[in-house]
Design a protein around this ligand. Structure first.
Ligand code: NAP
Length: 163
């Protein structure tokens, strides 16, 4: 199977602010949920801290160099995630430290571009030059959320998982 990255960034490449999302964007939350429901999701400890609880109906794996004991979360390791990804689709759900580790090995990238520029302190702007666009959907702004572009990119030649 494969590793998949899912993330949302604004026009500056910003993804986070004060260990939270910089925006409220229900259509992006719905897109995220539609992709990740009933899968294994992998997040860094800081992203796990940003959640009020584990995301329901998903296996919530956390990467940390310390202990992390919280209902609904299980600590994992890079080795274990690469091993699992041989047999199932695993979604890497952030933040920047964790996206950066898995980016070279990832086949599918689900990117939401949140239009506009938001106050952010965490950024993720990888190169898409080796990837091909599989599909793209535009969403108009409403009174309560920004316009957004939903994209699915594929890396045809991800690196082999480290052994
Ligand atoms: N817009 C989006 O799509 C999106 C998605 C997710 C998150 N975010 C945002 O991103 C921000 C957090 O991102 P971040 O980059 O600061 O933190 P992060 O990637 O969520 O977590 C970093 C932590 O992961 C652990 N870690 C990193 N490398 C590791 C390794 N090789 N082995 C084991 N553990 C490792 C460390 O935990 P320990 O310190 O415990 O050892 C490290 O402090 C927040 O603002 C969040 O809201 C945005």
């Amino acid at each position: 199977m494969s590793l998949k990255i899912i993330f949302a960034h604004d026009l500056n490449g910003g993804i986070g602010q004060n260990n939270d999302l910089p925006w409220k964007h229900p259509p992006d939350y719905a897109w995220f949920k539609a992709h990740t429901l009933h899968t294994t999701i992998v997040m860094g400890r800081k992203t796990a801290d940003s959640l009020t609880k584990a995301l329901p109906n998903r296996r919530n794996l956390v990467l940390t160099r310390h202990t992390y004991e919280r209902v609904g979360f299980s600590v994992s390791s890079l080795e274990e995630i690469f091993e699992k990804a041989k047999n199932e689709s695993i979604y890497i759900v952030g933040g920047t430290e964790i996206y950066t580790i898995f980016w070279p090995y990832t086949r599918d990238v689900y990117r939401t571009v949140i239009h506009g520029k938001h106050d952010c302190d965490t950024f993720f702007s990888p190169s898409f030059s080796a990837l091909t666009l599989h599909n793209r959907t535009e969403l108009e702004a409403s009174e309560t959320y920004a316009a957004a572009t939903f994209e699915h990119w594929i890396n045809p030649t991800p690196q082999a998982f480290p052994t």
